[in-house]
Design a protein around this ligand. Sequence first.
Ligand SMILES: [Zn+2]
Length: 512
Amino acid sequence: MTEQELARALMMQGILSAQQVQEAAKQRSGGKRFAQVLVDNGWASRSDIMALDPTALQAESTSLNFTKKDTDTAPAQTGLGQGEQRDLDDTGVRIHGEEDRHDDPNLGPIILYVNELLKIAVQMRASDMHLEPREDGLLPRYRVDGQLRAGGLIPKELMPPILSRLKVLCHLDITEQRLPQDGRFRADIGGLTFDFRVSTLPTIYGEKIVIRLLDRSSLVTDLRQLGFQGDTRDTFQDMLQRSQGMILVTGPTGSGKTTTLYAALAATRDDTKNVITVEDPVEYELTGVNQTNVHPEIGLTFAAQLRSILRQDPDVILVGEIRDGETADIAIRAALTGHLVLSTLHTNSAVAAVTRLQDMDIAPFLIASSLSGVVAQRLVRMICRSCRVRMGEDDPEYEAWVSRLNLEPGFPLYHGEGCEECNDRGTRGRLAIIELLPVEREIRRAIMNKASSMDLRDIAIANGMRTLWQDGLSKLRQGLTTPDEIARVLLGTEEGIDEESPATAGAGGPAH
Ligand SMILES: [Zn+2]
């Protein structure tokens, strides 16, 4: 990418003004790179620039300089000049299974380029990297804290070698370009170990690749770190200590259900228990746990796999997701016969899990007797701790939030101002907003009597259930998240949270 292209892209993203571009062009005359001038002036962050052009901030002499000629010739002929080749240790990327290649003088530019792409994804703390074939090139996009950010277009002629390199890493068929494939590889980057889960999808312009980054060292298995606080955490931990019963985690896609399941599993795990999972697919490899994948294409569905697992003398069973009545039925029967069963359901609230199971034709008495508890959750971005500030009460924005969220006067609200730690985003990491419904006597009786979810909810609240809304406000008050985030995940789905019930004053949500 030329400096003009970089400038144009940053302007289009609204990061840079035309005036700053002119000023930067003047300042760079001292031999400094254009991108470096932008960073030094604080006009663009390193990650903004890296996302567009991975090499823009490198010293001139070591930039990976691809031209059409370089890629047309043998891969051993690198685009790097003489004596400028870097080994894997320098780039900080170490692919597992390729350790013997560290000293390979023929490490091609493509290998280094792909390493560079992986490194950017890691530096940006992306959860996924997309490589999208477009008419005019390959567009990298990075999902950071739930949102996709585009990088700079990679020249079209680099597309085939990059895709081949990624396929080689995952032991996929390089020649197969018409069928979707998936695989994985592991690499150490900057001292952390990542699992990269790769899937390919042929599109009209070529194969699109999505790489999910699973940071093995960052898997949070601490319930408190995930967002379980106070009584909620104690109650949840008690449920996990029981030797039988079913615990469900609910929420929309991307609400962190799987992470909570893994943390729950970690809390139950000990050497005296046989723990088996059936997942679609296995995300993180957990020590001491027998993890299996479903393969619906060969008839190995959740239900089929669950039946086999039950013949393996399990104590704790994790079912990735309950999607159908058959799986629900087997899981519930397992929970009633001396197994602790953990699973997820795609519903918006804890009480809705009960009605969903009823909709799957599970008899109310089976639900009432098997269910130990249901968690409902949402993910919010956390305020960066290094740049968190309290909003002034005379700030018009503060007043707008207090009224929109129906907060009491003086309610403390915080936001991040943006700093180096958070790439100027003001937020860093995510946290779950949690509602936990323990299925105790009264709730159990109500389920047997086919109570509506509205009634179940009222009983639960009367028995002290902290709703998603209440937990959200508590985390807002603690300065863990912003009012925008609470509004985003809780206001938009208000009818979802309350199902058919209107917002109950003080507990359900803001009175509009
Ligand atoms: Zn910050």
